[in-house]
Design a protein around this ligand. Sequence first.
Ligand code: IMP
Length: 424
Amino acid sequence: MAQGKVDALLGIVFGDEGKGKVVDYFTPQYDVVARFAGGPNAGHTIIFEGKKFVLRSIPSGIFDEGKVNIIGNGCVVAPDLFMAEAKELEAAGYNITDRLLVSRRAHLILPTHRLLDRAYEAAKGKDKVGTTGKGIGPTYSDKAARIGLRIGDLEEKDFLARYERLKARHLQILSDLNFTDFSLEEDERNWLAGAEYLRKFQLCDTEVEINRRLLEGQNVLAEGAQGTLLDIDHGTYPFVSSSSTTVGGVCTGLGVAPTTINRVFGIFKAYSTRVGAGPFPVELFDETGDKLREIGHEYGAVTGRNRRCGWVDLVALKYTIMVNGITDLVLMKSDVLDTFETIKVCVAYEKEGRRTETMPYDTEGWQAVYEEISGWQTPLTEIRNEEDFPEAFKAYIAYLEEKLSTRISIVSVSPDREATIVRS
Ligand code: IMP
């Protein structure tokens, strides 16, 4: 039997591109759906049969009873939040314990990691990153510093002693930072209950499990979290998350070889959004930005914050397509632009008389240069065949494909599963 393959689905801007919906749509084509990076900073929204679910740590393939879902070693897990998320799925009738494998090598987010996240942000003042406050940065820092706790530690007899040691270290740092106005008790109680709850799942060496399944010919969908511009290496550092959100993160975060990777789907919206601080050359501070936010419901799935909105950015997209080797683009939320007479597209950046069409090292202070194209001014949400797209929308797709030298294979025109149009 031929060896199975790994396809990756990656957000290629600042996250919130709509990955949850597309993974859910793709799931029937795969045997395994695996998360390889990030943690509860993600909020993957899936709507079907009138119900809305927001997944944070659990892969979006969980709704398909026949599929195996994996939280890979590159992820970070908060047991209390995981428990809340899993119980909500159980309450909705999904039996997930048999179908969800959690890597022993994934790191645990402690309650004190969340406090450190807040304390570091407070200490940064106006330079704060605007994190989700879920303890992501401090947990990955401890991983890199080789002092973190892992899922596998839950199985050790001295787990509590290990937990107390790391907690004491964190409390010392918090005290050094004069960050003392908190109460840990309730959070810790929930967290320890979550840790106990996690033990009933299959905690295993997921890298071995995935490779065994690949050898058997099974196919894997690697579900990205956040987006390439939030990647610790390739994002707009230091305004980034702390994990590898790119295709490289698929290999390290699941333990699969680069040669197993087949298609790399890059998902982006017909306009841009960003949550939290950091450079965003296409940001609109006017009514158009407000209109995009309102029509696109651009409010954070995890934090509820207003998302910053702007036009689509080809400078950024060319860069993120390059670093990920994107084979197929997935265009989301074009319907949000239905009422616009003209649509702008950022084709270059300018700063102090300099112009660039390639992503600069530091995107701070650059102004977007736009080209303007005609809008379609026709509702797209009910369309299910690409032949029925208005001509101006077909022209917009062709324009993007030409500029990005990459095919747009899938177009989504509403949150419904059925509104996902695979182009021939
Ligand atoms: P952290 O991942 O919580 O450390 O946050 C770092 C930056 O990434 C902040 O600007 C967050 O708003 C942003 N961020 C983290 N996760 C997501 C996501 O899933 N979607 C969009 N932005 C995110």
